[in-house]
Design a protein around this ligand. Structure first.
Ligand code: ADP
Ligand code: MG
Length: 336
């Protein structure tokens, strides 16, 4: 078969599919944008578990009209320059989320920047402006997404029940709220308030999300070893779960999945747990940009550590020491 250059519509379709495959991926991207825009409050509203309507509103920096138009073009971002790819400080940087969302749905953005007296309501069709009008609103951004996957019936068919999709959204939402306790978050589904978190301390937000019982049965970690900073809560060996699904990992404020860290956790708890029981934990790792690569996958759930063995050993040691110290403390207090 001869090699052909793909038409741009097909390129966009493939690229969008990598970023947006289910309602939760839209939620992730929109929340990340609101956090990057330095919002102190974020409101999310869903209909039908996100299948018919997703809206994310923030009180962050907002955008002026020219920026709203640019934001929906491919590879446009205010977050990346030629010299900061190695040291990204924001959750976004690929400039792909808004164009991808706009490609797979009917999207509108209402936004006002601080400098302007009024904002703009802009409706998009195929990544270009279909209509726009002035809007009286406060500084910040409101993105609304309707008719998800209306152009790609195949993808639409893969959506599961609204309850199932909603669980994915809830999980994504909760994970981000843990990493940003100083932001207030509100989540409403089918006119019911599901989450209403006020700005809180790190400890209180963890208890809000993972429950008081977890906080009361866990050990707090706050350590620095070399260039690694680790903070979080790990459950006592007596407070376990039947799956490893309650292990929340973050690198530089970004929720991630990582086999290396999971294995460090497993080794640290070795010999302390009954068979098929797993600890529950929320661990936040801070590592300078030059030691971690987040540009592995469009969804940004993967990271690669430059010194993987060092990271694994360090995390394992910190966890092990924390657990041993407690065992010692518990046994001496029993002995008294
Ligand atoms: P990225 O986040 O990777 O830059 P996006 O497609 O998600 O790419 O967004 C494109 C640009 O639109 C951002 O770089 C930012 O300048 C702007 N933007 C998107 N969402 C918001 C928001 N909620 N508030 C302010 N600006 C936003
Ligand atoms: Mg983004």
């Amino acid at each position: 078969m001869p090699i052909r250059i793909l038409p741009s519509q097909l390129i966009y379709q493939i690229a969008s599919g990598e970023v947006i495959d289910r309602p939760y991926s839209i939620v992730k991207e929109l929340l990340e944008n609101a956090i990057d825009a330095q919002a102190s409050s974020i409101w999310m509203m869903l209909h039908n578990g996100g299948e018919s309507y997703i809206s994310v509103k923030d009180n962050g920096t907002g955008m002026c009209l020219e920026d709203i138009e640019l934001a929906v073009k491919h590879h446009t971002t205010s977050k990346l320059t030629a010299d900061n790819l190695e040291n990204i400080q924001t959750l976004g940087f690929r400039g792909e989320a808004l164009p991808s969302i706009s490609f797979v749905s009917r999207m509108s953005i209402t936004s006002k920047c601080k400098e302007d007296e009024w904002g703009w309501f802009v409706q998009f069709e195929d990544q270009s402006i279909a209509s726009f009008k002035p809007s009286i609103c406060t500084t910040g951004t409101h993105v609304e997404v309707r008719d998800l996957f209306y152009k790609t019936p195949n993808r639409l068919k893969f959506l599961k029940t609204p309850e199932w999709e909603f669980q994915g959204i809830l999980n994504t939402f909760k994970r981000l709220t843990m990493a940003y306790p100083s932001i207030a978050f509100n989540l409403n589904n089918d006119k019911k308030t599901i989450i209403n978190f006020l700005a809180a301390s790190f400890e209180d937000r963890i208890a809000d999300v993972l429950g008081e019982a977890f906080k009361d049965n866990s050990l707090m970690i706050e350590e620095r070893r070399g260039y690694i900073r680790l903070k979080g809560f790990i459950s006592l060996p007596s407070f376990t779960q039947s799956t490893a699904n309650f292990q929340y990992l973050f690198v530089n404020g970004r929720p991630i999945n990582n086999k290396l860290l999971s294995s460090a956790i497993r080794v640290a708890y070795e010999g302390l747990l009954f068979r098929n029981r797993y600890p529950m934990l929320a661990l936040f790792l801070d590592i300078p940009g030059e030691y971690v690569d987040i540009n592995i996958h469009p969804k940004k759930y993967e990271v690669r550590f430059k010194e993987a063995e060092f990271v694994k050993e360090t995390i394992k040691n910190i966890l092990k020491e924390t657990l041993t110290k407690t065992r010692f403390a518990v046994s001496t207090s029993f002995g008294e």
